[in-house]
Design a protein around this ligand. Structure first.
Ligand code: NAI
Length: 327
């Protein structure tokens, strides 16, 4: 019996994400939660003739039944970035939303694998972790910041440049999930080796600021939702496969390095104590099995990582401070 709950299910990401999760026959119960309109989305999606039962739950009074006994919880609740919006403003609103939802997860589904999509992921994952610590149910192996959108963008943009099939390209993306903290490791990709340093720099920048590309194309009326839903589903369906069929998968995710202290030793030796980082990981039904080391990164990537660490530390401190202020 695999139960997946989506929080923020009626939103721009939540709706297509719910639709994509409904394609899986490994899910027995797809539970859709939002402050409003989750029942409508659930009714619509429930007509799709795949295996899972779909239920909809609106508002705090129904959060218990939405979350109880979940194996996997996807959190895409929150406000998206609006043109001209400061990152701190986005953080303040979404940190509160993530805190409230994670309080409910800690109470009603403390063993679930939790995927945080709500931005800014570099800090909201920290807020989530602090909530689980407060409730005594913290397991760093089970909390994931979803940066899969950066991975699929890296594949697509590289493929476009070298005229290859994007589905055949996998690029590890490490660091964080915002601007220059996003570091696609093109040096690990065979087909990228023919690119000049300048081309790599351009494509790296395109991945880092791809969100702006979408914001502009949608004329300020929307952010990335559809590719994000695909990315979220790609990540979550690996977890579903792990839970339902005991299969081990690999993927990148922004995680607490406490999830694998041994595997993060070398990284912390180079960059100092970071706390959280996007890294390639091995996933199983209990969450993170281990961090997969990346060897032989280029000098340019190494320098970018050093800069990213400074910004990441500030975001992590912001997440911790927010949680301390709530005590
Ligand atoms: P949206 O505004 O269309 O949807 C958000 C949904 O969350 C709404 O349906 C809203 O009612 C719901 N919600 C708000 N507070 C809630 C609460 N306390 N409990 C349950 N539901 C609640 O926004 P969109 O476009 O779906 O984006 C959602 C989040 O995902 C934003 O924070 C955005 O920045 C982030 N995002 C993350 C990406 C990533 O790569 N990780 C990429 C793109 C967006």
């Amino acid at each position: 019996m695999v139960k997946v709950t989506i929080c923020g299910a009626a939103g721009g990401i939540g709706q297509p994400l719910s639709l994509l999760m409904k394609q899986s026959n490994d899910i027995d119960h797809l539970s859709l939660f939002d402050i409003a309109n989750a029942k409508g989305v659930a009714s619509d999606i429930s007509h799709i003739n795949t295996h899972s039962k779909v239920t909809g739950h609106n508002g705090p009074q129904e959060v218990k039944e939405a979350l109880e006994n979940s194996d996997i919880v996807l959190v895409s609740a929150g406000v998206p970035r609006k043109p001209g919006m400061e990152r701190d403003d986005l953080f303040k609103v979404n940190a509160g939303i993530v805190r409230d939802i994670c309080t409910s997860i800690a109470t009603y589904s403390p063993n679930a694998l939790v995927c945080i999509i709500s931005n800014p992921v570099n800090a909201t994952v920290v807020v989530a972790s602090e909530v689980f610590k407060k409730y005594g149910v913290y397991n760093p192996r089970k909390i994931f910041g979803v940066n899969t959108l950066d991975l699929i963008r890296s594949s697509s943009f590289l493929a476009e440049l070298i005229h290859a099939d994007p589905a055949s390209i996998e690029v590890p993306v490490i660091g964080g999930h915002n601007g220059t903290t996003i570091i696609p490791i093109f040096s690990q990709v065979e087909s990228a080796k023919k690119l000049s340093e300048e081309e790599i720099a351009q494509i790296t920048k395109r991945v880092q600021y791809a969100g702006d590309e979408v914001l502009k194309a949608k004329e300020g009326k929307g952010t990335a939702t559809l590719a994000m839903a695909h990315a979220g589903a790609r990540f979550a369906l690996k977890l579903v496969d792990a839970v339902a069929n005991n299969v081990t998968h690999t993927e990148c995710s922004y995680i607490s390095l406490l999830a694998d202290p041994e595997g993060s030793k070398e990284m912390e030796r180079i960059y100092g104590q970071i706390g959280y980082f996007a890294v390639p990981i091995e996933l199983g039904k209990e969450g993170i099995k281990r961090i997969i080391p990346i060897k032989n990164i280029s000098t340019v990537e190494f320098t970018m990582l050093h800069h990213a660490v400074i910004e990441l530390k500030a975001s992590i401190a912001q997440g911790v401070q927010f949680s301390e202020d709530q005590q």
